[in-house]
Design a protein around this ligand. Structure first.
Ligand code: SF4
Length: 267
């Protein structure tokens, strides 16, 4: 049924394109709220169809608390550098091949922590976030590597509890729940934002992360958010790059406003 709709939607767009109508005119032919959901459904359907063999592990190799700290370290830097900072934490605060978070909290030595993680940049801000996060968890009796408190909570409750930690925004909290706990949350990172913007008709023009989450999360409740998230990240990295999107190699090109408006002959 979804397939029929996405095909119909593609045909509708191509017809508009042939008639020389802009996508905005095309959008007006649907009730706007319905259109956005349908356009997103079409994107999900095509992404699932083209990512049948998503091979990444559903759950991260990291324990949830390690993952939270890695997400903080990863802000505005590369995976390689945040991984190196995390390895250094393990060396500086060792505890049987794990990071000794209780020691970090007990010592409460920002200078030592900054030195330990400096390779990943913004070290003093990240050190503050890490200390705050550990304190927040400890005060509530939640400081354990598995972050077991999450298991007692619904997705919404857990997102609220995690985003209450300073420096942990909705994208990181959704990542933690998706990769650390196998929940069906849907992190929207810069790749996904860019793709949604290019495809058009999914998010209002000026949408911040919180609003994007509120609009999109209800739409993925009954579908495989993990595969769609991982599939779109791959697409963003390899095909829909910010400088020169390779629209003729993209499985979304028949529903994408950018491609329909700029590419002469869509394959
Ligand atoms: S068709 Fe082009 S612009 Fe649209 S999502 Fe694909 S690569 Fe990006």
């Amino acid at each position: 049924m979804k397939k029929d709709f996405s095909n119909k939607l593609s045909e509708h767009y191509l017809k508009q394109k042939r008639k020389g109508k802009t996508s905005h005119k095309a959008e007006n032919q649907f009730p706007i709220h319905k259109f956005k959901a349908h356009k997103f459904n079409a994107l999900c359907h095509l992404t699932l169809q083209n990512n049948l063999n998503v091979s990444e592990e559903r759950n991260s190799n990291h324990l949830p608390l390690d993952l939270l700290i890695l997400l903080i370290l990863n802000q505005s830097t590369t995976d390689t550098l945040s991984d190196r900072a995390f390895q250094q934490l393990k060396k500086d605060y060792p505890d049987n091949k794990q990071v000794n978070y209780e020691k970090i909290l007990r010592e409460n030595n920002p200078a030592k922590l900054v030195k330990s993680i400096q390779i990943c940049g913004l070290a003093s801000t990240k050190a503050k976030y890490i200390l705050n996060a550990l304190l927040y968890l400890a005060e509530r009796g939640w400081l354990d590597l598995e972050m077991r408190f999450v298991n007692q909570m619904s997705d919404d409750e857990a997102l609220k509890a995690i985003t209450a930690i300073k420096g942990v925004a909705i994208k990181s909290a959704s990542c933690l729940l998706m990769f650390g706990f196998g929940r069906n949350t849907f992190p929207i990172d810069t790749h996904l934002f860019r793709i949604f913007k290019k495809v058009g008709g999914i998010l209002p023009l000026k949408t911040d992360s919180d609003r994007a989450h509120k609009l999109i999360q209800p739409l993925v409740e009954d579908i495989d958010a993990f595969t769609i998230h991982v599939g779109l990240i791959e697409l963003g990295r390899k095909v829909c790059n910010s400088r020169k999107p390779l629209c003729n190699q993209c499985y979304l090109n028949k529903i994408c406003d950018y491609a329909l408006e700029t590419v002469e002959e869509i394959c």
